[in-house]
Design a protein around this ligand. Structure first.
Ligand SMILES: Nc1nc(=O)c2c([nH]1)NC[C@@H]1CN(c3ccc(C(=O)N[C@@H](CCC(=O)O)C(=O)O)cc3)C=[N+]21
Length: 283
């Protein structure tokens, strides 16, 4: 049997990120600014409601402000964009997060594009994505940034390693692939049409699961000693990784809960504080 698997503790990593934020929030408050995140939830999906509530509470705990905007399931693209435009022009709001997914009648891309780049703390705009592709994003997407933060916190090397990313969504799989590439990993991006998925995952020194299917990544797919990062958030706090089976193979693994999730939220707060600082110190 191999050495004991390292459990990558997202709560610890998140606490490290949040530790320096309290002082930065206090410094802003001395200037009369309270960093404020606006979250927009469209529709009534209960787990989405939970996530935005968690984001709001995390703001309060750090002495930040949050505005929760909840729009009905029948909202049109135009109505949503009008709300975003209002927040863009509101000097009291520093960051805007539009919770994904939105109801099918909404053009999500158009709505993301409406977010002002200076308030795009979740890196969802095309410009934010492109900046990230060049390693120049001020606010890369929060979950991809969280995955990198966990690897960095535990000093797990990326350079020269084969990273296999399962999933290619615009705010998760695709940006994390580019971030790993920018850190000199060799990256394979897999998706629903990939043939021979198990064999590809088995080549991964680093495996990032970002598919949105509960316990999808099998233990037999994971190479002995691989580092496994689970960005899944399925119903009932189940990740995209078959945890017990992958734990037995991996050298390091993120659990769900208390893995990538808390670091995602800490990253969002960090970006919002940075956006507020930018307004105050470089108006
Ligand atoms: N524009 C956008 N940006 C996002 O970052 C985004 C999004 N849309 N849509 C939904 C997903 C989901 N997501 C989570 C964040 C934290 C936890 C989290 O912290 N979960 C806790 C457990 C949750 C619980 O206890 O119920 C944990 O893993 O320990 C989960 C899920 C961000 N997302």
């Amino acid at each position: 049997m191999a050495e004991k698997t390292l459990i990558l503790n997202g709560t610890t990593v998140a606490d490290g990120i949040k530790a320096n934020l309290a002082a930065r929030v206090a410094a802003l408050k001395e200037k009369g600014i309270v960093p404020c995140l606006a979250t927009i939830l469209v529709g009534d999906d209960p787990s989405s409601a939970t996530y935005v509530r968690m984001k709001g509470s995390a703001c309060s705990r750090l002495g930040m402000e949050s505005r929760r905007i909840h729009l009905g399931a029948e909202t049109t693209t135009e109505e949503l964009i009008a709300v975003i435009d209002g927040l863009n022009g509101d000097d009291g709001v520093h960051g805007i997060l539009l919770q994904h997914p939105v109801p099918h009648q909404i053009d999500e891309r158009a709505a993301f594009e409406a977010i002002a780049i200076g308030k795009d703390v979740d890196g969802v705009t095309m410009l934010g994505f492109a900046q990230n592709a060049f390693g120049m994003a001020e606010y890369p997407s929060c979950t991809p940034a969280a995955i990198l933060a966990i690897l960095d916190y535990y000093r797990l090397p990326m350079e020269g390693k084969h990273a296999v990313v399962v999933g290619r969504s615009p705010i998760l799989g695709k940006p994390v692939s580019l971030m790993l590439l920018n850190r000199n990993a060799t990256v394979t991006v897999c998706h629903s049409k990939t043939e021979g998925l198990a064999e590809l995952v088995r080549q991964g020194d680093i495996v990032v699961a970002a598919v949105g299917k509960p316990a999808f990544i099998q233990g037999e797919w994971v190479k002995e000693g691989a580092v496994v990062l689970d960005a899944g958030y399925n119903e009932g706090n189940i990740g995209d990784v078959d945890y017990e089976a992958c734990l037995a193979k991996a050298s390091a693994i993120t659990p769900v809960p208390a893995g990538v999730g808390p670091v995602t939220i800490a990253t969002l707060l960090k970006h919002t504080v940075a956006a507020a600082e930018r307004r105050v110190f470089q108006p």
